[in-house]
Design a binder for this molecule. Structure first.
Ligand code: CDP
Ligand code: CDP
Length: 223
């Protein structure tokens, strides 16, 4: 795998990780892994199969039995398209609840490693640089102030035509941040060797440009 370049992008909810990671992957001609989708898929499958979000071992067993395929926006789980179902706020919360369990995280490691294919991979999540791809050549910690992230999520929901309340979103984000940062298993933390990219004061286009510049700089030094 030495010739496969991994770009690991971690950060809190609604910081812009997914949008930035997808565009960087496209620019580089690399594959893309949305690791958060895996936890959303498990939360959704558990709900369908009456498995508790608190049952670590049952969730791990369930995850091992899932056949997961990504085709653009479509997400097939054992042949069923769950692309829309897993994008709900409820499944975002469910994902953060199932994600606290170490056995489930371990069960999802192989699935994530399988995304590493030539010429490279851009992976976004919470523990890409720290746990899943600790030897990634490029590590970015992408963040923004929580109030800014709340506004971004708010605008995203309004654009979808969904009902949204800014103060509720802000409180939900703070709760999600706390759960992601304080859990024992693979907590959200900036890797020691990650470059910090704070997007509070820049738009999506500028965020993508800066991420591409970080990748180019590290490649120039390392290769
Ligand atoms: O994946 P994550 O939850 O971190 O965030 P996202 O869904 O990629 O981005 C949340 C929203 O913020 C999207 O609508 C992005 O277009 C927007 N965004 C922004 O307004 N400014 C940025 N610098 C980055 C993202
Ligand atoms: O879009 P947003 O950032 O809100 O969520 P996501 O990236 O789809 O992740 C949903 C939840 O899954 C997060 O709140 C985390 O608790 C969990 N997750 C994780 O534990 N590890 C990852 N690598 C990715 C997501």
């Amino acid at each position: 795998t030495a010739s496969i370049t991994v770009v690991a992008i971690d950060g809190p909810s609604a910081s812009g990780k997914g949008s930035v990671a997808q565009r960087v992957a496209k620019h580089l001609g690399y594959g893309y892994l949305d690791s958060g989708a895996l936890y959303r898929i498990v939360a959704h499958a558990a709900q369908q199969q009456n498995v508790s979000w608190q049952d670590a071992e049952a969730l791990a067993a369930l995850a091992r039995g899932l056949h997961i395929e990504f085709h653009g926006e479509d997400v097939l789980v054992n042949g069923q398209d769950v692309g829309d179902a897993i994008r709900s706020e409820a499944m975002g919360k469910g994902a953060s609840e199932v994600a606290v369990h170490g056995p489930l995280r371990a069960a999802l490691l192989d699935v994530q490693h399988d995304f590493r294919q030539a010429p490279g991979l851009v992976a976004d999540g919470r523990d890409m640089a720290t746990v899943v791809f600790p030897d990634a050549a490029i590590k970015i910690f992408l963040t923004a102030a929580v109030e800014i992230r709340a506004e971004r999520r708010y605008k995203q929901l309004l654009a979808k035509g969904a009902a949204a309340d800014l103060s509720t979103i802000l409180e939900d984000l703070k709760a999600r941040d706390a759960r992601d940062q304080q859990r024992a298993a693979a907590p959200l933390v900036q890797a020691e060797d990650a470059v910090l990219l704070d997007t509070s004061a820049i738009d999506l286009e500028q965020s993508v440009a800066q991420a591409i510049e970080i990748v180019a700089n590290i490649k120039t030094i390392a290769l």
